[in-house]
Design a protein around this ligand. Structure first.
Ligand code: GUN
Length: 292
């Protein structure tokens, strides 16, 4: 396919179309004496997490809302960490909260999904939110959905990709992206295959796909060898930092073998942050009722 005809699925126009609505909702709450407020638990100095949380704070503050990053020492005890999470959970002036992952190894057995109440869980990890996602429909619309898959659905809607009846392949089965992504795509009436490290022949699936979501976390994972004449849309979830540069999971030359592709940077990353803003305002509404 001619590279010039390949659609670049940039996040910017999508975020621009959402941001005014988010700003006006924040403004309406502020007029009622409520400043939507997000708290982020960041433990240690994992370099990508430092960047992601900084970008999240910048976006939330650009809406006129509050965002505090509670930066905790790498060696914080599990008891102390849970105490802080509990205080945030109970604070009625905090409407949304999440712990940036990954946590250090000694906190690996923290039950992240139950760290915060469902109506403040802007990550969409709480069992009640997961259940709502599995149910789908209006139940899911009223709950808080995981940010990256939610952002990808928003992006696909903006670029008018009709998921109904499409063959979609999700590569990766993480709790943050792959699993919720597959469920949300299925709720949108796509036929979904999940591929992972034990899949024998990923190309068998990708060569028949209308849409491929690659969420593996390895630079150059998806290559032209995975693509046939099917000219799929490709969503590159990869955020691989190598020598201070950001790379996706998809090789550059795939652009000549697909109909549309998300850029890295400027694709899924900003959509994840946009979803966080949407979830924060949804959380305020869940706690305080409708603004109107
Ligand atoms: N680390 C990378 N992505 C995410 C995310 O969506 N939520 C949290 N809490 N941590 C992450």
């Amino acid at each position: 396919m001619d590279r010039n005809l390949t659609k670049i699925l940039a996040a910017k126009p999508v975020v621009d179309s959402v941001i005014e609505q988010l700003k006006s909702e924040v403004n309406a709450w502020v007029k009622r004496g409520v400043v939507p407020s997000l708290k982020v638990l960041l433990v240690g100095n994992h370099p990508p997490s430092l960047i992601y949380t900084k970008n999240k704070k910048k976006f939330i503050e650009s809406l006129g809302a509050k965002c505090e990053i509670i930066h905790l020492d790498e060696t914080i005890s599990k008891v102390e960490f849970l105490k802080i999470a509990n205080e945030i959970s109970k604070d009625s002036d905090t409407h949304g909260c999440f712990a940036q992952l990954p946590l250090p190894k000694h906190l690996n057995d923290v039950d992240v999904a139950n760290l915060f109440p469902a109506n403040k869980d802007v990550d969409g990890f709480h069992p009640e939110n997961i259940r709502a996602m599995v149910v789908g429909g209006v139940i899911a619309e009223r709950a808080l959905m995981p940010c990256t898959p939610k952002g990808i659905i928003t992006l696909l809607k903006h670029y008018k990709f009709d998921l109904s009846g499409k063959n979609v392949v999700v590569i990766g089965r993480s709790m943050i992206v792959g699993k919720p992504m597959a469920m949300m795509l299925s709720n949108a009436n796509a036929s979904v295959s999940i591929c992972h490290s034990k899949t024998k022949d990923i190309s068998f699936f990708t060569k028949k796909a209308d849409l491929i979501v690659v969420a593996v976390g390895k630079k150059d994972f998806l290559t032209t060898k995975h693509l046939g004449d099917n000219k799929p849309w490709i969503i590159d979830v990869g955020q691989n930092v190598i020598n201070d540069s950001l790379f996706g999971d998809v090789t550059e030359d795939c652009i000549d073998h697909c109909e549309a592709l998300t850029p890295v940077p400027g694709g899924v990353g900003p959509m994840t942050i946009c979803s966080l803003g949407q979830n924060l305002l949804a959380a305020v509404q869940l706690q305080l009722g409708d603004i109107s």
